[in-house]
Write a protein that binds this ligand. Structure first.
Ligand code: PLP
Length: 227
């Protein structure tokens, strides 16, 4: 199937999942995860109407951003692990950063962004399954990290991001539900309207049922990633 056909199918599944949860389909934003895919594939998705793209590696993101500078209404989302020495390159005030996984990373990004006079939209990454292999803040630490986030003037705190345990079915659903509860609590404490970035090719419909605002889908749109 073509990228355009895959996109249409994913969009239809998003809309169906949203309606089944009594949600307006337009409240769910699709981020097409284009990591390791060529710029031609991004152009194809763009031509089919896709505007939000996700990348995991800073260098790859900035190279693609430059190569696709003619597509001026494209939105970039950095969804990988942020190393502080690369933070500067993400501070153009347009890239959204989904993977802030420590108060220290937030402070460093804030300092970089302030130095450049921009405000960077960010998500706090939560390790909801408590898995050693995954980055993110433990749910119990979230309040403390949130206080740091909220006090960073050069960061626009958009919400929480997670990659749940890969287990099929109930374990992932439980993780998504806990994310939603945590989001509700933090939104209340901080008087903010925080969004949820969760759901990938294997589980985006379940994530939408549990309240995802941003889903990050790669394989279902672009096919398997090249090695
Ligand atoms: C690669 C990646 C995705 C997309 O995964 P697919 O299974 O290809 O849909 C989503 N989120 C993050 C953080 C990723 O690293």
């Amino acid at each position: 199937m073509s990228i355009a056909a895959n996109l249409a199918s994913v969009q239809a599944r998003i809309a169906a999942a949203a309606r089944a949860a009594a949600r307006e389909p337009s409240t769910v934003q699709l981020i097409a995860v284009s990591k390791l895919q060529p710029v031609e594939a991004i152009r194809e998705a763009y031509a089919a109407g896709q505007r939000h793209f996700g990348e995991n590696y800073v260098q790859e993101l900035t190279a693609k951003q430059a190569a696709l500078a003619d597509l001026n209404d494209i939105s970039w989302h950095f969804i990988g692990h942020l190393q502080s020495r690369k933070a500067k390159e993400l501070c153009d005030g347009r890239i959204w950063v989904h993977g802030i996984d420590s108060p220290d990373a937030a402070l460093k990004l804030n300092a970089r962004a302030a130095g450049r006079g921009v405000i960077v939209p960010v998500f706090l990454q939560i390790n909801i399954g408590g898995e050693e292999s995954k980055s993110g803040i433990a749910p119990e630490e979230a309040e403390r990290a949130a206080a740091v986030f909220a006090a960073c003037p050069a960061l626009a705190w958009k919400g929480l991001m997670t990659i749940p345990p890969q287990a099929e079915g109930e374990a992932a659903r439980t993780a998504f539900r806990r994310m939603r509860a945590l989001r509700d609590t933090l939104s209340k404490t901080h008087g903010a309207s925080l969004a949820l970035s969760m759901g990938m090719s294997a589980d985006f419909e379940m994530a939408i049922a549990e309240g995802a605002d941003y889903v990050r889908v790669g394989t279902a749109i672009f096919g398997e990633r090249p090695p």
